[in-house]
Design a protein around this ligand. Structure first.
Ligand SMILES: [Fe+2]
Length: 324
C-alpha cells in the first residue's frame, strides 16, 4: 500500500462527512499531473464511499498560480454539487471560481500539504470556535498595532467579514482544507499606516519565507508606497518590480487565523494564515464574491504579523497575538 494512504483516506472521509456529502450528489475531484497520486486516490475513494456519483478530472499542471482551468474542466465543475479542487497551483482569484461557485457548486480547495490534510481536517470544535471569533472583526475601523512599530488602520466599509473553517456545506460556498481564517477586504483606498512584518510572507509558490529581520511597509490610501528593511525587503521590492502590475500593491484583505493546531514554522502556507492569533495582511487580487473586493490582479501576496494586536472600533480583541 502507498505510504500514508490510510491516514490520507481517513482524513478525506472526515472531510467528506464535514462537507455533508449526500449519496444523491455529484462530486468532481479536480486535479492535475503534478499532484501526489495518493492524495488524489484518497479523495476519490472517500467520495465514492459516500455513495455520491464521483468524477475524476485530471488536467495538465500549470507552472504558475491564478490561471483559469481548461474550459472543459470548468464545465464539469459547474455541473457538480461539490468540487474537491486538488490542483497544484491555486486559482481562487480567477473568473472560473466565480463561475463555478455562482452556479451553486460548493468547492473545497485542497492546497494544504499531506501533513495538514492528515492533522488538521475540519472538526465541529474548530468550526464553533471560528463562528465565535470571526464576527469580532465586524466593526467600522480596525487598528492593527505592535510593539515593533506596526500602526495600521483600515476601514471595513460595506464589505463582509468572511471566514473559513476548512469545509463547504452550502451551495456556492468556497473554502480551503486546513485553512481556518477570518478576513475582509477593505475598500481599496481605505488602508493607511505602517506594517512591520515579523512573520512569514507568501509571494508565490516558489518564493515564501519567514523574514529574519522585520520588514517595514508604508501604506498610503490603500497602496504600498515604500518597503524597507534587510535583504528580504530587497526580495519583496524585486518581486513587485518584476511583476509590474500596480494593482499588486493594493490592499486585498486583513484578518486573523483561528486554528490552535496550526504551526507557524511548518512549510505549508495554510498553517501560516491559520495560525491562532496571527494577523493576515494581503495585497493584490481580491475580486472574489466572498470578499467583494474590486481588484483584479494575478498577484496576491499574503503576510502574517505575529505578536501583534487588533482593536475594532476601540475595543481590544487581540493582544500580542492572543485573543481576548
Ligand atoms: Fe490571501
Amino acid at each position: 500500500m502507498k505510504s500514508h494512504y490510510i491516514e490520507l483516506f481517513t482524513a478525506a472521509v472526515q472531510t467528506c462527512r464535514a462537507c455533508k456529502i449526500k449519496p444523491e450528489e455529484k462530486v468532481v475531484v479536480y486535479s492535475d499531473t503534478s499532484k501526489n497520486e495518493t492524495l488524489v486516490d484518497a479523495f476519490y475513494n472517500a467520495s465514492v464511499a459516500t455513495g455520491a456519483e464521483t468524477t475524476l478530472v485530471i488536467s495538465k499542471a500549470y507552472k504558475v498560480p491564478l490561471q483559469d482551468p481548461p474550459p472543459v474542466a470548468v464545465a464539469a465543475m459547474e455541473s457538480a454539487d461539490i468540487v474537491f479542487d486538488l490542483a497544484t497551483q491555486p486559482w481562487l482569484y480567477t473568473e472560473s471560481t466565480n463561475r463555478i461557485t455562482g452556479s451553486g457548486t460548493r468547492m473545497l480547495q485542497v492546497l494544504a500539504d499531506e501533513n495538514s490534510v492528515i492533522h488538521r481536517p475540519p472538526t465541529e470544535e474548530i468550526s464553533s470556535r471560528a463562528d465565535i471569533l470571526a464576527p469580532k472583526l465586524s466593526g467600522e475601523t480596525i487598528h492593527i498595532f505592535s510593539d515593533l512599530g506596526t500602526d495600521f488602520t483600515v476601514k471595513r466599509g460595506e464589505r463582509p467579514v468572511h471566514w473559513q473553517d476548512g469545509r463547504v456545506i452550502n451551495p456556492g460556498d468556497w473554502d480551503s482544507l486546513a485553512v481556518v481564517v477570518a478576513a475582509f477586504a477593505p475598500p481599496e483606498t481605505e488602508a493607511e499606516g505602517v506594517i512591520m512584518l515579523n512573520g512569514p510572507i507568501y509571494l508565490g509558490p516558489n518564493l515564501n519565507f519567514h523574514v529574519d529581520n522585520p520588514v517595514r511597509f508604508v501604506v498610503k490610501k490603500g497602496r504600498i508606497v515604500e518597503i524597507t528593511g534587510g535583504k528580504e525587503a530587497k526580495i519583496i521590492n524585486h518581486y513587485f518590480d518584476d511583476f509590474g502590475d500596480p494593482n499588486a500593491k493594493v490592499i486585498a484583505h486583513t484578518g486573523f487565523g483561528m486554528d490552535p493546531r496550526a504551526d507557524i514554522w511548518a512549510a505549508d502556507i495554510g498553517n501560516w494564515e491559520s495560525y491562532d492569533g496571527g494577523i493576515n495582511v494581503a495585497f493584490g487580487g481580491n475580486n472574489v464574491s466572498q470578499l467583494q473586493g474590486k481588484t483584479a490582479c494575478r498577484s496576491h501576496i499574503d503576510m502574517i504579523l505575529l505578536e501583534s494586536s487588533i482593536t475594532v472600533d476601540g475595543t481590544l480583541i487581540l493582544e500580542n497575538g492572543k485573543f481576548i
